[in-house]
Design a protein around this ligand. Sequence first.
Ligand SMILES: O=P(O)(O)OC[C@H]1O[C@H](OP(=O)(O)OP(=O)(O)O)[C@H](O)[C@@H]1O
Ligand SMILES: Nc1ncnc2[nH]cnc12
Length: 182
Amino acid sequence: MSAPAALRELLLSRIADVPDYPKPGVMFKDITPLLADPAAFGALTDALAGLCERHGADKVVGLEARGFILAAPVAVRAGLGFVPVRKAGKLPGTTLGQSYELEYGTAEIEMHADALKPGERVLVIDDVLATGGTADASLQLIRRAGAEVAGVAVLMELGFLAGRQRLEPGLKGAPLEALITV
Ligand SMILES: O=P(O)(O)OC[C@H]1O[C@H](OP(=O)(O)OP(=O)(O)O)[C@H](O)[C@@H]1O
Ligand SMILES: Nc1ncnc2[nH]cnc12
């Protein structure tokens, strides 16, 4: 479900389009103006915290790095624990790792193996859903830890990259919430 029109407009107005970054042909969605506006950042945090409640989340997982910026205040606002999913090699404890396909090549993300309890319901939060590869890998980590996926929530879905379609099998019926779709 997308956000109410007034919130969508506020959020969209604070996301900058940066052409040809980080490489030619990519339109980068820069959320730093949104983060710099406490009213917009607060409204985003409230909306995502509301999704934690609606979907019965017990924990919030944030995806490095921009996902951390959004997910951490949401977890505090929702009164839930925050779990970081990091790029490989950054977590000190025993980890579960999951590699995934990028547009070119592969990448790997990791989560502490004991970060989630079996049966806990987890909401995954990130800023952008593009091809869906990162979010899909996080769902595999959550399930391998024995936890349940309450849903995935993103600020912005890039509809033309069909990440929703890529993510659908991994969601297994859990919701994908995008406050804005472009
Ligand atoms: O749907 P996908 O095609 O997987 O792309 C989406 C991911 O790409 C970006 O992260 P990036 O890896 O650029 O890292 P950053 O957050 O550290 O900038 C974004 O924050 C998402 O996590
Ligand atoms: N176009 C884009 N803008 C911002 N973050 C992204 N992650 C993947 N594609 C992106």
